[in-house]
Design a protein. Structure first.
Length: 125
């Protein structure tokens, strides 16, 4: 009986581990379209080269904005340079790097580079 209980506990632990190890899928805006991430993010502090804008306190449909994606010149496999975007006015949805930079130029947002939050996470168009 003890062996059955221990085997059951081990099986439950294995199933839980496999469930946690599955790739996570998230979404980003890239040039107005939604793209998916294909693997869980991995930490790689201060190594980001592809701009990623994470909009704080934005609209309900706001997701992070990627500057590049596979097939675009300068895409480095999702080595994201993390930029925090905060609002100085009433938020509206930002769907591309151009929109983020235009919002900054208009004074609507402030962009802060946060290298300590850089990470690697490939995306799929």
């Amino acid at each position: 009986m003890k062996r059955i209980v221990l085997s059951s506990i081990a099986l439950v632990a294995l199933v839980a581990l496999v469930a946690v190890a599955k790739p996570g899928f998230g979404h980003l805006f890239y040039n107005g379209s939604v793209v998916r991430t294909v693997v869980p993010p991995a930490a790689s502090p201060q190594t980001g080269v592809d701009n990623l804008y994470v909009v704080m306190g934005g609209t309900t449909d706001q997701i992070p904005v990627a500057a590049v994606a596979p097939g675009a010149a300068g895409y480095h496999g999702g080595k994201w340079a993390f930029h925090s975007v905060t609002w100085n006015t009433t938020p509206y949805t930002l769907r591309s790097e151009a929109m983020v930079l235009n919002a900054q130029g208009a004074g609507d947002v402030t962009i802060t580079r946060v290298a300590a939050n850089d990470f690697k996470c490939p995306i799929q168009p």
